[in-house]
Write a protein that binds this ligand. Sequence first.
Ligand code: PEP
Length: 246
Amino acid sequence: MVRQFIVGGNWKMNGSRGTVSTLVKGLNEASLDKNVEVVVAPPALYINSVVETLKVGQVAGQNIYSESKGAFTGEISAEMLKDVGAQWVLLGHSERRHVFGEDSKSIAKKVKHALNTGLKVMYCVGETLDEREANQTTAVVFEQLQAVADVIQDWSQVVIAYEPVWAIGTGKVATPEQAQEVHHAIRQWLADKVNAQTAEATRIMYGGSVNAGNCKEIGKKADVDGFLVGGASLKPEFIDIINAQL
Ligand code: PEP
């Protein structure tokens, strides 16, 4: 089974109309590996304009609420993302878990709602440094995966992003071996808890301080099927990361 390499750019809460249009222009004009699926996640206010102007990839929301509509001030729904042409949503990002206090159960509800609405999901999992040092990495990641497995059966529209919290935005990237070890464990978990076909087909991206200098080595690992990129997705080097397999 060939899993198509996928590279996501999480722009987080960055940008303006001007910089968003510069980023889109840079991607549209770049020479990109045609075999790579590219997805960018702009702040919600700019999704519409990115959908209308980006010619070389798809667009993701950075979050949703788990209801379709109603009295949920400040939230946006999966239906709204679909309505403006986004095809993906990031869920369970470590900043949502650790800055905004989202737990695996409420995130899993969002995953289910997003899939039912027809969005594809990048589901982020990962351990803190304390958890890694206490040898809790796989226990933490498996708990995050199990919360989703409790509420969905079909993983075909889900991509898993393994993002160790200690590597996000810190410049401290996991070694290719550390990434591979956890990716392999995730694939084994999918085989054990979901089924062999899902384990084989599901793409697992690595995220956490990926840049032009480290992407090639990490991308060579057998269970690394792409990258989720924060800081570097706002820079021209995002193009080198998309082209890591060339
Ligand atoms: C992220 O936000 O998902 C991320 C991986 O950030 P960075 O690449 O900046 O570490």
